[in-house]
Ligand binder design. Structure first.
Ligand code: GCB
Length: 602
């Protein structure tokens, strides 16, 4: 055990060393509940495919002074030689991916430098952080001429402390964002979605008191739905304080004293209306320390399994879901980032009769989770441990674990998140099993209240009998798997002949099924990529699912067509995975209505 811990801490340390430019501060949760100043808008940019601003001609990192972080003013003195200039009309909107904002960047993967100049009135009794909702994939942050932090991982938030480093006027905030794919990355070189680069989510300045409430957990106690169990973590020198936790509507209140590490746990009696899709009730929860106060909206529910059932608040629930990529609605392509995008995408899911969404294949922006919670949509949230990543590489593990920790840290107070998923369609093998077992153990250690899953794959027993044999089944709460009978595996009619058998008694969950269709393309049911083929496939798939014993939910693939470089038929795919039930422009395909009807009957 001790040896294992030593290895683990070595791995974590080496991952941190990888980020040797400085590490972000621990994640501040619920940034929308804080005093923030938005840095969104047009940022100046330099596209730098050879990383000229970072490395010299010997490929050694520049000193800060000779790197682009120095932000030299070329215009101020043209006798000095600098071969870059942020003061051009080359701007990109933040938040936003760069691939859809400039035609020449459509396929660009590499480094882009972003610069924002802002004024700030420092207050003597405040701390300040720059918060990034996400930067895909590798971001190095510089402020006023100096590199200050690096963050790896394209879908999770991070914040960098800048207290005492800001001036009243003309702060230069520079971020080098590099979305090159790497064999040892998470995700790795290969994935079925476009690797949108950029500052893809909002950038904020977050102001806090000198000692502030950085993180907290307020959730129902696992084995007692009349008790809230939680903890609070202060950050700052005045670590020992009284903290009052209050849920005014429930007339519940408790006061605890934090220890010298700023930590306190608490319990409080509650008699809430439980959060559920039909009544997604949220309560104001106020946490007040002597130096800080933060408000959140939190719901309370229990989630567990019993045999082949998923129980929400003790009652069996069928997860009527759909998978969603974080792609903009009503637009050819682009990473979604706003509350409005979330409302549209999730509104479509509701219209289809869903009570559940699988946010694939990486943590989505926080609006998606919060709006889903408000709308009564349960959530499966996952990290991009996708296909064949380097399962035997300790650095890859550390990277995956840090993305998992960041996802759970951000969303652990959301009642609608009921499933954390650690992987998608990963190949069987010893190293992979060990890797995923560790991720599962880490998930359960951080959050023993939710279900843990992975999207596995099917195994054929004979021509018409199928099961899932993955050894991972033992460690997860669901038998969840992706299957494409009727698309990659035979034609639609094959669905009619399939029998699914499972010898383990856990809820069965089909995390993907489906097939492609171009919106408005019509033809015979046997012709691929027509709406009729997809409609017929969906009809036969739902008939097949009706015959699966222990089926507890499904998330067809996928709500909306999405950009993928693997999809190359000109005139049909045009760089898009066409398995959407809705087109990239928002047109509902026939299969959408098959799902809607099936869900309405459930
Ligand atoms: C899968 C993957 C998903 C793909 C989908 C497809 O099994 O999990 O990421 O996009 O199949 O369309 O092939």
């Amino acid at each position: 055990m001790r040896r294992l811990l030593a290895i683990l801490s070595f791995v974590t340390a080496s991952f941190l060393a990888y980020a040797s430019e400085g590490t972000p501060a621990p994640q501040i949760v619920n940034v929308q509940g804080r005093h923030t100043i938005s840095l969104d808008g047009l940022w100046k940019t330099i596209v730098d495919p050879y990383e000229n601003g970072y490395y010299n001609y010997r490929m050694q990192p520049h000193s800060d002074a000779s790197s682009y972080f120095a932000d030299r003013d070329f215009d101020a003195d043209r006798t000095v030689l600098y071969e870059y200039n942020f003061n051009s009309d080359r701007t990109l909107m933040v938040p936003g991916d760069w691939n859809t904002q400039r035609e020449t960047l459509y396929y660009y993967e590499g480094t882009v430098w972003y610069r924002n100049i802002f004024d700030y009135k420092p207050a003597p009794d405040k701390r300040v952080f720059v918060y990034f909702g996400a930067a895909n994939y590798d971001a190095v942050v510089g402020l006023n001429g100096k590199k200050i932090a690096r963050h790896v991982g394209g879908y999770t938030p991070f914040n960098v402390e800048v207290t005492g480093m800001l001036k009243e006027e003309g702060n230069s905030l520079i971020v080098k964002v590099d979305n090159k794919r790497h064999t040892d990355g998470v995700p790795t070189l290969n994935s079925d979605w476009w690797n949108y680069g950029g500052l893809t989510r909002s950038v904020l300045l977050v102001e806090t008191p000198m000692t502030f409430i950085r993180d907290y957990s307020v959730q129902l106690k696992q084995d007692n739905p009349k008790m809230v169990e939680g903890w609070v973590r202060l950050d700052g020198e005045q670590s020992e304080q009284d903290v009052v936790v209050e849920i005014p509507e429930l007339k519940s209140k408790v006061t605890v004293r934090t220890d010298k590490d700023g930590y306190a746990s608490f319990e409080m009696k509650v008699k809430p209306q439980y959060w559920c899709p039909e009544n997604p009730k949220l309560y104001d929860v106020i946490l007040s320390s002597e130096t800080d106060s933060v408000k959140d909206r939190i719901g309370f529910r229990t989630i567990e399994t019993r045999g082949t059932e998923i129980l929400l608040n003790g009652e069996p629930v069928f997860c009527k879901g759909v998978s969603i990529h974080e792609e903009m609605p009503y637009s050819a392509s682009g990473r979604a980032y706003s509350e409005e995008h979330a409302r549209t995408l999730l509104g479509w899911a509701k219209e289809m009769g869903c009570n559940f969404v699988r946010l694939a294949h990486y943590p989505h922006n926080e609006h998606m989770v919060r709006v889903a919670e408000e709308m009564g949509l349960m959530v499966w949230s996952e990290i991009p441990v996708y296909w064949t990543i380097q399962f035997d590489n300790p650095q890859t593990y550390a990277n995956a674990e840090s993305q998992l920790v960041d996802m759970i840290t951000r969303d652990k107070n959301r009642a609608n998140v009921i499933i954390w998923s650690v992987a998608n369609e990963t190949p069987h093998g010893v190293a992979r099993l060990e890797f995923l077992k560790r991720l599962i153990a880490k998930t359960r250690e951080m959050d023993p209240t939710r279900l843990v899953s992975a999207a596995m794959e099917k195994d054929n027993i004979d021509a018409t009998t199928v099961t899932v044999k993955d050894e991972l089944i033992e460690y997860v709460d669901l038998i969840s798997f992706n299957q494409y009978v009727g698309w990659y595996d035979g034609t639609s009619e094959k669905c009619d002949r399939m029998n699914w058998v499972f010898d383990v008694k856990k809820p069965v969950f089909i995390s993907e099924f489906g097939g492609g269709a171009v919106y408005g393309r019509h033809g015979d049911v046997s012709e691929r990529f027509t709406e009729e083929y997809q409609e017929d496939l969906y009809q036969r798939s739902v008939n097949m699912m009706d015959r699966i014993e222990g089926l507890a939910g499904t998330t067809p693939w996928i709500l909306k067509d999405f950009r993928s470089p693997r999809r190359q038929i000109v005139g049909i795919q045009d760089d898009f995975n066409r398995k959407g039930l809705i087109s990239d422009q928002g047109g509902k395909k026939k299969a959408f209505y098959v799902m809607k009807k099936w869900y309405e009957g459930k």
